[in-house]
Design a protein around this ligand. Structure first.
Ligand SMILES: [Zn+2]
Length: 406
């Protein structure tokens, strides 16, 4: 057990029959699929959970497999697979679909699949400025119900009460057992789901994960919204194993995956690039007190304010504002792309503002400031997951934490 798992398991009661396999990301390695890499070596005492995750991951990504297929694809023995499958069927996670039509003589194989509607996941997105939104998701990340609650300036305990009310509404509407609750929160969140700092919500050291766990008695994972978003891109989008997702909204934050492993940083603030000062030419005063933070150009309220300052008919001036924001983003990202050799940068936020001159200027700046030979093929694109990216990322956190699949 890793230190973070010890921390997690002591910080909550595990009421689910399903064993947690890791702190918000998968604890197994499969030969196929887009699994997140384990951060530690698999020890013998973890082998059973690891093998269980291998079977689940194979079915999750490939679907409809026989026991013999799974044995071949995972490299585990037929005996091990039969025992694990029996256990997973008893848990209601795996179902037998029937027999495969065989052209060969002999007994036809029985096909298995993950029962994708056996459980639901409650996903919450707290990252929007005026609204908390939530959804019920199936194991494939498809949304079956939605709910939202107006924030109306709530902070502190009032904001926590709204999170609880939103989760309660969705829990009440669930028509299958709940696998867990995943939450994407703004701010800096540690691996135990404590929101260390979220200034807009007035949260400092708010133990949101344990509050929700105590209230609902199901596994809960709380993480930073951009970190959740990059997991959604990895599992349900097309993100590479070395990718950075920049989430641009009321603030600017980023989620990082390196070699398929989420990066949290020494103080859980990896990806917090919004208050990095870009350039040595001053700039506007930021809410944090510094001058020339990336957010002063790029956050959506600041970007809209700058655009409001130009004549609506002046297309060139408008483009110049967007290009400058994109260039500042490129300046902030170039050393990160260079140091980490990222292959992909993904933008999440309002397409009408980001996708165009802004993104083009970011790419040009990145190419001009990094090594063409290695970073010239870097791609920058908008997310394909739209506004549901945090909700779906919250589901990935529950899936990887509870089942070891991603
Ligand atoms: Zn700042």
């Amino acid at each position: 057990m890793t230190a973070s798992e010890v921390q997690r398991s002591s910080s909550r009661t595990e009421s689910s029959a399903l064993p947690a396999t890791g702190p918000g990301f998968a604890h197994g390695k499969a030969p196929q699929g887009r699994i997140l890499r384990p951060s530690a070596k698999v020890l013998p005492e973890h082998a059973r959970g690891h093998n269980r995750s291998l079977v689940l991951q194979t079915l999750y990504r490939e679907g409809s497999r026989s026991r013999a297929d799974i044995a071949r694809e995972t490299g585990l023995t037929r005996v091990t697979i039969s025992a694990l499958v029996a256990e997973l069927i008893a848990d209601g996670l795996v179902v037998e679909l029937g027999q495969r039509e065989e052209t060969r003589p002999g007994k036809p194989a029985t096909l298995l699949d993950l029962d994708r509607s056996a459980f639901v996941i409650v996903g919450l997105d707290l990252s929007e400025h005026s609204t908390f939104s939530g959804a019920l998701l199936d194991l494939d990340g498809a949304i079956s119900a939605r709910a939202e609650v107006a924030l109306a300036g709530s902070t502190g305990q009032d904001a926590v009460d709204k999170v609880i009310a939103l989760a309660a509404e969705l829990v009440d509407r669930a028509t299958a057992p709940i696998l867990g609750i995943g939450v994407g929160s703004p701010g800096v969140v540690d691996l135990g789901g404590v929101v260390l700092s979220a200034p807009n919500l007035g949260w400092n050291g708010m133990p949101l994960q344990s509050i929700l766990n105590d209230r609902f008695g199901v596994p809960v994972v709380v993480a930073n919204d951009a970190n959740a978003a990059v997991l959604a891109e990895h599992s349900f989008g097309a993100a590479d194993s070395d990718a950075m997702l920049i989430k641009i909204g009321h603030g600017v934050g980023a989620g990082l995956l390196l070699g398929g492993t989420p990066l949290f940083g020494s103080r859980f603030a990896a990806g917090e690039i919004g208050h990095v000062v870009v350039g040595t030419d001053g700039g506007e005063v930021c809410a944090c007190g510094k001058r020339g933070c990336l957010e002063t150009w790029l956050s959506i309220p600041n970007l809209i304010e700058r655009l409001d300052g130009v004549q609506p008919a002046d297309a060139r001036e408008r483009e110049a504002v967007l290009r400058e924001a994109g260039e500042r983003l490129g300046i902030a990202l170039a050393p990160v792309v260079g140091a980490l050799d990222l292959s992909e940068v993904i933008l999440s936020g309002p397409t009408e503002l980001l996708d165009g001159p802004l993104a083009a200027a970011t790419v040009e700046t990145l190419r001009a400031r990094t090594m063409a030979e290695f970073h010239g093929s870097l791609t920058l694109r908008m997310t394909t997951l739209g506004q549901d990216i945090v909700l779906r990322g919250a589901a990935v956190m529950v899936l990887s934490g509870q089942l070891g699949v991603s």
